[in-house]
Design a protein around this ligand. Structure first.
Ligand code: SF4
Length: 201
């Protein structure tokens, strides 16, 4: 295992992120169609190899990974997971990030992961199964709900904190999605990055 490699990735929207592999995902139909981690730089071979390696390092020693993450973040809030998905067992990693003084925010689409880390935002879309929507309606506060909207989709089927018009290197559809009050301001180019908004923190 390569403990000398950096764990975090850097990008202009989130500052620093933990990018995990898409093998962890349980994608909806819409998510599979427009997944931003399957296009652009996050889909380069080296980025995929790194995400798989990081996934294995977390399984091997989550405390060591968390310490490296906090060091690399250098005070910046870490986005979990910038690509791919968190698994329920990653709750240990999050506890260690907090133990070593790090701060984090992030999203999931997995009910089992959300139950293990309820502070995560939960993402839904127009193809989210009814049983998952029921979980979100009953168990997740509005402040932790996010909606991915493709061109042609209706607005979110419930109150949400943030709507993401589909964006991505191969799916640059933002301009084709009607504006709404809860749109992510970074996707609409109204703020430079998440640190200037913090709605999902
Ligand atoms: S709503 Fe704000 S914090 Fe959430 S993803 Fe968009 S810019 Fe970042």
């Amino acid at each position: 295992m390569r403990w000398d490699m950096p764990i975090l990735s850097e990008n202009s929207k989130c500052a620093v992120s933990l990018d995990l592999p898409i093998i962890n995902c349980k994608p909806t139909k819409a998510c599979s169609e427009v997944c931003y981690a399957c296009q652009g730089r996050q889909f380069y071979r080296l980025a995929i190899v790194k995400s798989l390696a990081v996934n294995r390092l977390i399984a091997e020693d989550p405390e060591h990974v968390a310490r490296k993450m906090v060091d690399e973040a250098a005070g910046r809030t870490i986005r979990l997971a910038g690509s791919g998905e968190l698994l329920p067992q990653h709750a240990d990693l999050v506890k260690y990030i907090e133990k070593y003084g790090g701060s984090w925010w992030g999203f999931t689409r997995r009910v089992d992961t959300h139950k293990a880390m309820p502070r995560l935002m939960f993402s839904i879309d127009a193809t989210t199964p009814a049983s998952v929507l029921e979980y979100v309606r009953n168990d997740i506060p509005v402040s932790r709900r996010a909606y991915l909207r493709r061109p042609g989709d209706l607005p979110a089927p419930m109150k949400v904190a943030v709507t993401f018009p589909v964006h991505g290197a191969r799916t640059p559809y933002t301009e084709y999605v009607p504006s709404s009050e809860r749109d992510c301001p970074a996707v609409r180019h109204l703020v430079k990055g998440c640190w200037a908004c913090r709605r999902c923190y």
